[in-house]
Ligand binder design. Structure first.
Ligand SMILES: Cc1ncc(COP(=O)(O)O)c(C=O)c1O
Length: 685
């Protein structure tokens, strides 16, 4: 539309945003937010001049500096009375129509600006905008008004709110609270409602979202282009409403509030209906200094986790090890979402079962055939049944932890509810000591059908013992099963079996194979696995497709990005530097971090107090420093990025300083702020 009216756009912005300081100058894929915005406004055909309206106070100097030697005019006026800034600009610019934009809209769309301006002119309105009846995404707000409308508003808008928000008197949307004018208004709507979308910049999560848009789309992409991109990548928009930033605009360490009111209150609720208040022993309150510890988690992203009170932590538990890439890994979650769109459980297998089986056969030395389960316990139990069926012998030798089912748990101290005659079928040995197995074979000749062990764990594996165990099993007609539920996809893409060059008959994988989606696998030689067709191992959800898709994406990323080596390097550096900190604080006598680079752990020696008390105090201090650590460092790829390493070291050192003072005091228990932890049963010692 041609016209002789002078139309200007005024962007109001300031540096001192409480929620996201300096947001106008945050970097969006190479350029500051405010420049991104101005670049887009320049594309509006109706706009003759662009003005920046900011406050006089010094903090805004930086903002003004951005526009030195540009055509953008900067006006600095009253810090609170933003309306007065518009009036001053009106006087200087002699504009007929003013377009008001706010500096938190880096995806502002020039076409929408033109449409609002043209609507104002066409309808001979006093005020036009797309916010009267909102159906554009939040963050595309455009308001246009005439010179006279602005002058009248200046005369009559009274309250601080009305003057700060400039157009309150014009649109009258808050008429119950604030005075409104009697203007002719025109509303720009859209035929579909997208008002639920959040494209504005207010918080860190918005920043991450917007930065991703700028990284993935041309800087001048229209709002419709952005919409269609989001339709193809729905996760991105979802993350905008749920994200925990890994490396945001702000130092997140300041967000450790150390308040646990909600966790404590929610515990009182949960414990009424959920025994232990948790589905997993090691995630329950008995493992933490209840009262000064998080008991429930709200959300997590990357290597960070946030509890329901809003406390942030670097997480070294990683959901008890399934998370190998990082929480909410985009590639994995995208694969899962794409599968959700197709369906999850079908009436026959999907193609994914064989595709993932083929992948496992390709990477795992012992794998010729594969079956899937949901939990680690599913597949260790399947392996034992298969081994018994194949060997025709009932006794089982175990080393490590293998799940909650009767055949295994009967051998531990938590065996209540397991019939005595089942207990007699399972015998313990030490996988780093082949003689301990040999003795069992001698004691019960030709009775063992299966040996199951964790080939890699916290303790360094004695590879020669592992090789001897392989020989012993072969010589005695015993099926050797590797439980790689922890080591799988962490020590080596081919498991500990590839790392140590010892091939079992069957092996079990779970935890990390789908980055947190529930999936496990039993793999093994064709001749043994074919007996699966005779035994009974069958469940409704075993071929659940979201997890299969997630697993394919997880394994691909682990391979493509050399995740295992990078994570091991991180573990190596962590062990070295954390031990140095223990030395620096004079605590090396009591605390050491072990040298298994893929799974470092904290070892205690000569502790000068009761062990439970020491561990509780340590966890209390870790939590207060923003670290969630059990007795091991469960690593993920995201730990290796950003500033997690430095943050971990400094938080760890702060914890050590506190612990040192407790040790040096006469009464360490007086420093206990929450409940003492209770030991679960220990099977790996
Ligand atoms: C080595 C090992 N095997 C088996 C299991 C049982 O797996 P799930 O808890 O998924 O049943 C676990 C669980 O921690 C494990 O660490």
């Amino acid at each position: 539309m041609k016209n002789k009216l002078k139309i200007i756009a005024v962007v109001q912005a300031r540096m001192g945003s409480a929620r996201l300081p300096n947001k106008a100058l945050l970097n969006l894929n190479g350029k500051p937010v405010i420049i991104r915005m101005v670049d887009r406004i320049k594309e509006a055909k109706t706009v003759k001049e662009i003005w920046l309206a900011t406050g006089k106070s010094k903090v805004n100097n930086k903002l003004e500096n951005v526009f030195i030697n540009t055509k953008i005019r900067v006006f600095r006026g009253d810090d609170e009375d933003v309306l007065s800034r518009f009036v001053e600009i009106l006087k200087i610019s002699k504009a007929d129509i003013i377009v008001r934009l706010t500096g938190d809209c880096p995806l502002i769309d020039p076409k929408i600006i033109d449409e609002v301006v043209n609507l104002l002119i066409l309808k001979k309105a006093d005020y036009a905008s797309n916010i009267i009846k909102r159906n554009y995404p939040d963050g595309l707000d455009v308001e246009a008004f005439t010179k006279n409308t602005l002058l009248e508003a200046d005369n009559f808008a009274e309250s601080g709110f009305s003057r700060e928000h400039v157009t309150t008197y014009m649109h009258g949307l808050h008429k119950n609270k604030y005075k409104k004018g009697n203007f002719k208004k025109a509303s720009l709507g859209y035929n579909s409602d997208f008002s639920h979308l959040r494209w504005t910049l207010d918080e860190e999560k918005d920043y991450i979202f917007l930065d991703k848009i700028y990284r993935n789309l041309p800087a001048n992409a229209s709002w419709v282009d952005i919409l269609s991109y989001l339709l193809k990548n729905p996760l991105l928009q979802f993350k905008n409403s749920a994200v925990v930033p890994n490396e945001g605009a702000r130092d997140l360490s300041s967000l450790n509030f150390n308040k646990f009111n909600k966790s404590n209150a929610y515990f009182n609720r949960a414990i009424k209906t959920v025994p232990l208040g948790s589905q997993t022993f090691s995630k329950s309150y008995i493992q933490w200094p209840k009262g000064v510890a998080p008991l429930f988690i709200d959300r997590a992203q990357g290597a960070k986790i946030i509890d329901i009170d809003g406390n942030h932590y670097i997480d070294y538990i990683m959901g008890l090890l399934p998370i190998v890439l990082g929480y909410c890994d985009e590639d994995v979650d995208q694969a899962a979402i794409s599968q959700i769109m197709k369906g999850n459980i079908f009436s026959m297998p999907s193609k994914l079962e064989a595709e993932l089986a083929e992948k496992l056969v390709e990477i795992l030395p012992s794998a010729e055939m594969v079956r899937f389960g949901k939990n680690g316990s599913d597949v260790t139990t399947a392996a034992i049944r298969l081994a018994r069926a194949y060997s025709g012998k009932d006794l089982v030798a175990v080393s490590g932890y293998h799940g909650w089912h009767d055949w295994y748990i009967s051998s531990t101290s938590r065996n209540i509810g397991v019939p005595k005659n089942i207990q007699s079928l399972t015998h313990k040995f030490n996988s780093n000591d082949a003689d301990s197995l040999h003795s069992l074979f001698k004691k019960f000749p030709n009775k063992f059908g299966a040996v199951i062990l964790e080939p890699a764990g916290i303790e360094k594996t004695d590879i020669s013992a592992l090789k001897k165990i392989r020989e012993l099993c072969t010589a005695n007609g015993v099926v050797l099963i590797f439980d790689e539920i922890i080591s799988g996809f962490r020590i080596n893409i081919g498991g500990a079996q590839r790392e140590y060059g010892v091939t079992p008959d069957l092996s079990c994988f779970g935890k990390a194979m789908a980055n947190g989606y529930p999936l496990s696998a039993i793999v093994g030689s064709r001749k043994i696995m074919l007996r699966m067709e005779e035994i009974f191992f069958s469940s409704t959800f075993a071929g659940e497709n979201i997890s299969l898709a997630a697993s394919l994406a997880t394994i691909k990323k682990i391979e493509d990005q050399n995740v295992i080596q990078k994570t091991k390097n991180y573990g190596e550096a962590l062990i070295k530097d954390l031990n140095q900190l223990c030395n620096k604080q004079g605590l090396e006598e009591y605390i050491q971090v072990s040298n298994t680079n893929w799974w470092p752990s904290i070892k205690f020696k000569n502790i000068p107090m009761q062990e439970e008390l020491f561990i509780t105090l340590l966890r209390q201090e870790f939590i207060s420093a923003g670290l969630l650590i059990g007795s091991t460092f469960n690593l993920c790829y995201e730990h290796t990025k950003s500033k997690i390493f430095e943050e971990t070291l400094s938080n760890f050192e702060n914890s050590l300083i506190a612990i040192k003072s407790y040790i040096n005091s006469n009464n360490p228990s007086s420093f206990l702020k929450g409940n003492l932890i209770k030991k679960t049963f220990q099977v790996r010692k």
